[in-house]
Design a protein around this ligand. Structure first.
Ligand SMILES: [Zn+2]
Length: 268
């Protein structure tokens, strides 16, 4: 098989897996790979990703002009083009709407708690982008389902699996009412380990996680927000239960720590 025909077959296979796992419904989602320095192979618009055939794909240039194919490229192509423009190292882009991860995004809850070592080493923190209307110019900068990139197509696809898997685990832990976080020290050790996994240049962890940038300061968009408390003390986050009795007071880990600190100070 030529490189192109094997890439066409790989896109079909990734589309089938995404649809089978419920990451896309109907004609949602799109997949692209670099075919050469200035050409992309991409899924067409208005087809179900679970039922594609290799001949359906479009070939475009890096500005999205169609060079080959009976069908038109994905209406969400702009998002892919923007990634390839900004990241010359990226060979493949996968976009889908995995329901649990997308639910977190819709609720405005980032998946940034340091919970699973394998997620921190492979993905790091999972941020939320701003929303914009699908297929508009604004989409490249917008949250719209999940977007993963990779140095090959299956690498990008497996990141999509990891995001949804992590979102499901996070949801179950929050429904059960508690999450035990890794410490900041453990997170920093994992950051160093990333090199051993072949993940180059991990984005640095933001200095103060979970806090708003100070007024007038320029936010560092290249660092990752990871919620991991310092030290070896308690690292349990207790979620408020919607059914909590009216006379119960529920506190977050941060609020509880602040109360204890206040109490200790007043004892001195
Ligand atoms: Zn979409």
């Amino acid at each position: 098989m030529t490189a192109e025909s094997s890439l066409r077959a790989d896109i079909v296979e990734v589309g089938r897996r995404m649809y089978a796992r419920g990451y896309t419904a109907s004609n949602d989602g799109n997949i692209s790979v670099r075919l050469g320095a200035d050409r992309l192979l991409m899924t067409p618009k208005s087809v179900c990703k679970g039922f594609m055939t290799p001949d359906m794909m479009c070939i475009t240039d890096l500005d999205g002009r169609k060079l080959q194919g009976d069908r038109d490229p994905s209406s969400e192509m702009l998002m892919h083009l923007e990634v390839y423009r900004q990241r010359p190292d990226v060979q493949a882009v996968v976009h889908a709407h995995p329901p649990t991860a997308t639910g977190f995004a819709v609720a405005g809850i980032p998946l940034d708690r340091a919970v699973l070592a394998e997620v921190l080493t492979t993905l790091g923190s999972i941020p939320i982008a701003e929303y914009a209307t699908p297929s508009t110019k604004a989409l490249p900068e917008a949250n719209h389902g999940a977007l993963t990139v990779g140095s090959d197509l299956f690498g990008a696809y497996y990141k999509m699996e990891t995001i949804e898997h992590f979102a499901k685990i996070s949801l179950v832990a929050r429904m059960l009412g508690r999450e035990n976080l890794l410490s900041r020290e453990e997170v920093m050790r994992l950051q160093e380990l990333r090199g051993a996994y072949g993940i180059k240049a991990p984005a640095p962890i933001c200095a103060v996680p979970g806090t708003e940038p100070q007024a007038g300061s320029i936010p560092d968009e290249t660092c990752q927000v990871v919620q991991a408390p310092k030290g070896e003390g308690s690292r349990l986050v207790v979620s408020p239960k919607p059914s909590a009795a009216a006379d119960e007071i529920r506190l977050t880990y941060r609020e509880l720590s602040a109360l204890i600190e206040d109490a200790i100070r007043s004892l001195r």
